[in-house]
Design a protein around this ligand. Structure first.
Ligand SMILES: [Zn+2]
Length: 308
């Protein structure tokens, strides 16, 4: 009965400018909190081009590879930067997610947490965006479908920002249910409830600024869990952002650490009911270092408890 933790020191080599919220210190705050826990520790492998091509066209790979500077830091869009080492870090994040799917589907682990950066859920089919270079969870979902022969995969994105990139990458594939909860209005501006996707497999839940944990818990139990239960996924992938925490500087939702534990417990319980507990969780946002560390630890503790 095992929870796997996939990470790699290369993820500390993706540098952003002074004052940028998506910074090396995030992993340096979170990873020590996971030391000493009952986790199967795995070094995240590099994603291969074939993995990335599950979700992106070749020209996007070529553009990202060409964009990495030899020195200094290069700006790709108002929020997204690359340094020497960024490509390697992003390949660890995507490769870690792919390997986590392999581990959970083979029974090597019951569930898994991929603690890598940069995050991925804003990267669109042909565009890096919002700190993200590759659509990590979309790649993981496609990997499960195309290479493991699964028929249905669900992604739940509880990062406070809309997972526009994941939606872009998966919405035309009716085998993937994509659920995102996010503050609106807020960056990136997409994610209205009317966006249900061409296959009807997108569920966007817009949260008002100030939404409390109590309200969020009701949304989870009354709306999200029934939709997941009806879809009957064979694997549940989480875009685990912790920036809906009350202390996060980038948003105004009022979740507390205990709410992240509750959300994880409920999603794991649902997974136990419909897909033998198979959960792969990938770190997305979370920009208050203490809130990220505490909430991320609570998330992992709940994964460990569910694997017992
Ligand atoms: Zn976010």
């Amino acid at each position: 009965m095992t929870t796997a933790l996939l990470t790699h020191p290369d993820c500390l080599n993706h540098l952003t400018p002074e004052g940028h919220p998506e910074r090396v210190a995030r992993l340096e705050a979170l990873l020590p909190r996971l030391e000493g826990k009952d986790l199967l520790r795995v070094r995240a492998p590099l994603a291969a081009d074939d993995d990335l091509l599950l979700a992106h066209p070749q020209d996007h790979l070529d553009a990202i590879k060409a964009a990495e500077p030899e020195r200094g830091i290069r700006q790709l869009d108002p929020d997204t930067w690359m340094s020497p080492g960024s490509l390697q870090a992003a390949l660890r994040a995507a490769g870690g997610a792919v390997r986590a799917v392999d581990m959970v589907l083979s029974g090597e682990a019951d569930n898994a947490f991929v603690a890598c950066r940069p995050p991925g859920h804003h990267a669109e089919t042909r565009a890096p965006m919002g700190f993200c270079l590759f659509g990590t969870v979309a790649i993981a979902a496609k990997h499960a479908l195309e290479r493991h022969g699964l028929e249905r995969v669900a992604i739940v994105d509880f990062d406070v920002h809309h997972g526009n990139g994941t939606q872009d990458l998966v919405q035309s594939d009716g085998r993937i249910l994509f659920v995102s909860t996010h503050q609106m209005p807020l960056y990136p501006g997409t994610g209205a409830p009317s966006e249900t996707g061409p296959a009807g497999t997108v569920l966007n839940i817009a949260l008002d600024e100030g939404t409390t944990g109590e309200v969020y818990r009701h949304i989870l139990t009354d709306t999200i869990l029934p939709r997941l239960r009806a879809f009957r996924p064979e694997l549940l992938i989480l875009s685990a952002g912790f920036d809906a925490h009350a202390n996060d500087p980038l948003a105004g939702i009022s979740l507390e650490t205990a709410d992240f534990a509750f959300v994880t417990e409920e999603l794991c319980r649902l997974a136990a009911e419909v897909c033998e507990g198979r959960v792969v969780s990938c770190l997305e946002g979370g920009y208050d270092l203490d809130a990220l560390a505490e909430s991320g630890e609570a998330h992992v503790d709940a994964l460990i408890a569910a694997a017992r």
